[in-house]
Design a protein around this ligand. Sequence first.
Ligand code: NAD
Length: 499
Amino acid sequence: MIKQDQLLWIDGREVAALDGGTLEVENPATTQIAFVVARGRGPDIDAAVDAARRAHDHGPWPRMHPRERGRILRTAAEILRSRKESIGEVETACVGRPLREMVQQVGRAPDWLDFFASVAETQEDLVVPASGELMNYVRRVPLGVVGAITPWNHPLLITMKKVAPALAAGNTMVVKPSEVAPVAPLELARALVEAGIPDGVINVVPGFGTDAGKALTEHDRIDRIDLTGGTETGRQVAAAAGRNLIPVQAELGGKAPVLIFDDVPIDIAVAGATFASFVASGQSCIAGTRLLVHERSIDAFVEKLVERTQLIRVGDPMQPEAQMGPVVSQRQLDRILGLVESARAEGARVLCGGERLAGHPFERGYFIAPTVITDVHQDMRIMREEVFGPVVSVQPFADEDEAVALANDADFGLGAAVWTKDLTRAHVVAHRIRSGTVWINDHHRIDPASPWGGFKDSGIGSENGVEAFNDYTAAQSVLVNLSRTPFDWFGSSEELRYS
Ligand code: NAD
């Protein structure tokens, strides 16, 4: 049973905020307070950075053999797996996504610890062909203290995508999870501490972006900052990192197109589209929000899509039969419905949904009926801005070139999908789309081995895979003089050995 009152994790122990402050986490399905969590601010971030700094500069973690680090990370993975039901309930209580999906996602997150433990254990350093009588070997050393700022929409999984590679590479960390859903990241810290991670290696300080987030981002004693969040937040965090001359990795917003060619049977296309669009009430950075459908099949597609969308079982996310829960907050609800209204005002047609659900069991909570919109054009706000809700638009295309042009006509470039039976077309179109990930006849799938990053305004750098692990290290070049001939640069010798 996870406690309703949660503290910060700093230096291997649970502590209250220095000023005793707390924040409340609202259950979006009931609007009741699910958790009261210690609220960190600048001084708590300072304490966490101090602990992480000490653990990095003087502690055993960065110097530990990778197999020993790997053993601790794998133990934490097992602890988390054994708690997937209770942590899944925490996630549902914080964000409203159906329990059956959250338990599955929480059960998957520990795979990142196993994967990056393996990467660390099998990492090989290089000897490079430097000229002269030199041996030049290159060590991969941890960067130091990594600050991570995470969003509310997949609280454990997104935190894990940063924590697993950063720790496996020998860094220490300060994590500032979202104020909306900070509990599962705190449980991640607990599992790592129970697994035997040394004090100060993992510190988790919930708080608001405007104080705790800003304090971490602007801290001059961290060595890298990672963010997953909105594009505007990304600009602010990247500017602060730039001032401190530290690397920034940012996973930001999206507006994923889903290209559906007319060789795909309508039932399969509609099942794929609803999966892309409405999982997690559309509150996913890679939600398929722009359905681009060949003009020959669009009428049949739209008819079936509306029928299928209206059958999605929205309900209490704790109940196993619920397929969709609420959106996360009143603020999100207002923003989503505001964007739907703006689309109506600009001439779009709302074929289903577009309103808050009323009546039993929706007396409380932020439930929106899944929404399908047609008659859209590229200039509408609904087509340009990230909605982050259960709202999808449908647009026709005449041929492959138009489909690709519409898909690429967005400031974002995170995810995209192509649905077709034509093998060549699938690959060629995927290669023409400017986005970090393209699924063919699928959506949403991720893997710790699969690079994940945004093009354009969707981010900087990428997560997952061996390259992401390497990004948590710096190359240290060690040059060894192998010459037996003594030299004296300022002596009388005619010969200079310099390059
Ligand atoms: P958000 O930008 O409001 O907040 C993200 C985090 O940043 C939170 O912890 C917040 O407290 C913190 N923050 C906010 N302002 C800050 C500031 N000025 N300085 C430092 N920290 C600050 O985003 P959100 O509403 O929590 O999450 C939704 C957004 O995240 C969407 O835009 C979504 O597309 C994006 N997202 C992207 C990915 C991806 O992989 N690209 C994945 C999930 C979510």
